[in-house]
Design a protein around this ligand. Structure first.
Ligand code: SAM
Ligand code: MD0
Ligand code: SF4
Length: 317
């Protein structure tokens, strides 16, 4: 395993040197029309929810930008309020972040239709993140119940056709086989994902998968290393949303190069897989991440270096 991780770090070093990118995470509405079996925010779960207004979304994004992140990831449950207003306020907020903060934007809105994707791509959002979770269709149907595998895939491919970069992702510990993971690694390349991720499943209180055990982290780490070796140029997240700040070092040592799910403390914002871990005590901040980067001989890139890199990714599509 150590040889595998060392090889992955070596491949990363050739392309990215010591530089690591940092993403701010703004989960701006936790209302959702779907019932994904693995998710805390599924509509059947009786939990406290919030919906942040546009002024607050901007204020939180600015706080993240000021703290030094390189991108703002605007994430939402499939909140019907946004569908009914045809995503106008999301488009406004993307424009405001791009023009006033000067940072690239990722949106993670769930499945959108063609018109909605066109509208968002015209707003110049850089990334569309939409994870299949698995590329085994039978398993997908058990997890994302009453959702269409093909529709989800089509949305992602259409966003790419419209000029956006796309992120694809899977989970480990959801009933997949090793062969399924291998298929997914191939598929993530085939669909043309510029960013690709794996996250270990974390059981959620009140959900149908509450009693399923969280998987051995070695599966996630091996998959990170294999993605790095197979796709040297890829952006590969090391998410703070699975094991918090304590899990960062191992994921970076496996070859990841983007720290995601940086969340400003004490603002009422939640994570997804870990809705509160390390949030309010300031564990998921640029400051804490930089301490770890320094300890293992890596460093945060600059915002300009990030923009230059995604410029190159757009050309290689
Ligand atoms: N609602 C949108 C959607 O589902 O595409 C946007 C949210 S999306 C970023 C949430 C992602 O977090 C899921 O696609 C899944 O990969 C991950 N996730 C959700 N619940 C999780 C859990 N319990 N454990 C690990 N990852 C989880
Ligand atoms: C993360 N909590 O990066 C976020 C989320 C959505 N694009 C990403 C899963 O871990
Ligand atoms: Fe909704 Fe996304 Fe959670 Fe599924 S994963 S229930 S679509 S927030």
């Amino acid at each position: 395993m150590e040889d595998l991780f060392a090889k992955a770090r070596n491949v990363r070093e050739k392309i990215f040197g010591k530089k690591v990118f940092l993403y701010g995470f703004v989960y701006f509405t936790t209302w959702c029309r779907n019932d994904c079996t693995f998710c805390y925010y599924r509509k059947s779960n009786e939990i406290e929810r919030y919906r942040k207004d546009p002024e607050e979304v901007f204020r939180l994004s600015k706080e993240l930008a000021d703290s030094g992140v390189h991108l703002i990831d605007l994430t939402m449950g499939e909140d019907l309020r946004y569908y009914s207003e045809d995503f106008n306020s999301l488009v406004d907020i993307i424009n405001q972040i791009k023009s006033e903060l000067g940072l690239p934007v990722m949106i993670s809105p769930g499945v959108l239709n063609g018109d909605q994707i066109e509208k968002i791509s015209k707003s110049c959002a850089d990334w569309y993140a939409l994870y299949q979770e698995t590329h085994n269709k039978a398993l997908f149907e058990k997890l994302r119940i009453n959702q269409s595998y093909d529709e989800r895939m089509r949305a992602k491919l259409y966003a790419k056709e419209k000029g956006m970069l796309i992120e694809e992702g899977i989970m480990s510990g959801i009933g997949e086989s090793y062969e399924d993971i291998a298929d997914s690694l191939i598929e993530m390349g085939r669909v043309g994902a510029s960013q690709m991720r794996i996250m270990s499943f974390v059981p959620q209180i009140g959900s149908p998968m509450e009693k399923i055990k969280t998987p051995d982290r070695m599966i996630e780490l091996k998959a990170i290393a294999l993605m790095r070796i197979a796709y040297p140029w890829a952006l590969i997240p090391t998410s703070l949303d699975v094991d918090g700040i304590a899990g960062l070092e191992a994921r970076l040592n496996a070859g990841g190069n983007v720290v995601t799910s940086i969340i400003p403390p004490r603002t009422g914002l939640a994570g997804v897989a870990q809705n509160s871990m390390d949030v309010d005590d300031g564990g998921r901040t640029v400051e804490e991440v930089k301490k770890i980067l320094e300890r293992i001989g890596l460093e945060a890139a600059t915002a300009q270096e990030y923009k230059d890199y995604i410029g190159k990714l757009k050309c290689r599509k």
